[in-house]
Design a binder for this molecule. Structure first.
Ligand code: FES
Length: 229
């Protein structure tokens, strides 16, 4: 009997099959069970299909999700104490990891001694996504945590005041400028803005054009302390 067969009354069953009313009642229950199973299967299929479509949309349009790939508020400006490059300490001053944005927020003290001056400095800051805070003259950068060599997450090392990749040793200073190792360029940067007191990192806009610095583009001096192995 097809699972689509409509239920019949005990009397109809008796006429058709010569069975008793009790047998007909049992047959009716079997049909109801099959109908229940069929509806359950359809419900499971519907939920799976909806989840698949939602997943596909997330990967196609990540910036609609509010997660990585969109603009993310990573905290209040007052939570990120500024520091001179030589005094950076992870999560205490100068450098802060924000995993939701896969970024390090860098906050440089207004007195930071840049190696470049005047218009050259201004142009370099703009091209490297360095934001000058209009309130106090400090500088902000959102560095992508991913090593530009082969993609490992690069930790910040307090002991040598720089980023050192554990995979193949690429080494970057506190502003993400390349120092040494196999990386083809400096760390990538996200666009970031200060909105009132909010620090917002736009993880959908990545600047991956910050080259190996030379004497004409280097922003800050290399750290004086060597990283231990
Ligand atoms: S992945 Fe970082 S140095 Fe290779």
């Amino acid at each position: 009997m097809s699972i689509d067969t409509p239920p019949i009354s005990p009397q109809q069953y008796e006429v058709l099959h010569g069975g008793g009313a009790e047998a007909a009642e049992l047959a009716k229950q079997r049909i109801s069970r099959r109908r229940f199973l069929r509806r359950s299967m359809l419900a499971v299929w519907g939920v799976s299909a909806t989840a698949s479509v939602a997943g596909a949309l997330y990967y196609m349009f990540p910036n609609l999700s509010g997660g990585f790939g969109s603009a993310i508020t990573v905290g209040k400006a007052s939570e990120f104490k500024a520091s001179k490059p030589a005094d950076f300490k992870l999560e205490i001053q100068g450098v802060y990891h924000r995993p939701t944005a896969r970024a390090y927020v860098i906050h440089l003290d207004p007195s930071t001694a840049f190696l470049l001056k005047g218009d050259v400095l201004k142009e370099q800051l703009t091209s490297e996504n360095v934001v000058k805070d209009p309130k106090d003259g400090s500088y902000w950068i959102a560095l992508y945590q991913k090593c530009v060599h082969l993609g490992c997450t690069v930790p910040f090392r307090d002991n040598c005041v720089s980023f050192k990749c554990p995979c193949h040793g690429s080494h970057y200073n506190v502003t993400g400028e390349f120092l040494d190792g196999p990386a083809p360029r400096s760390l990538d940067r996200f666009q970031m803005v200060l909105q009132g007191d909010d620090v917002v990192v736009n993880t959908g806009t990545i600047n991956s054009t910050v080259a190996h610095p030379d004497a004409t583009t280097k922003l800050i001096a290399a750290p004086t302390v060597e990283c231990s192995a």
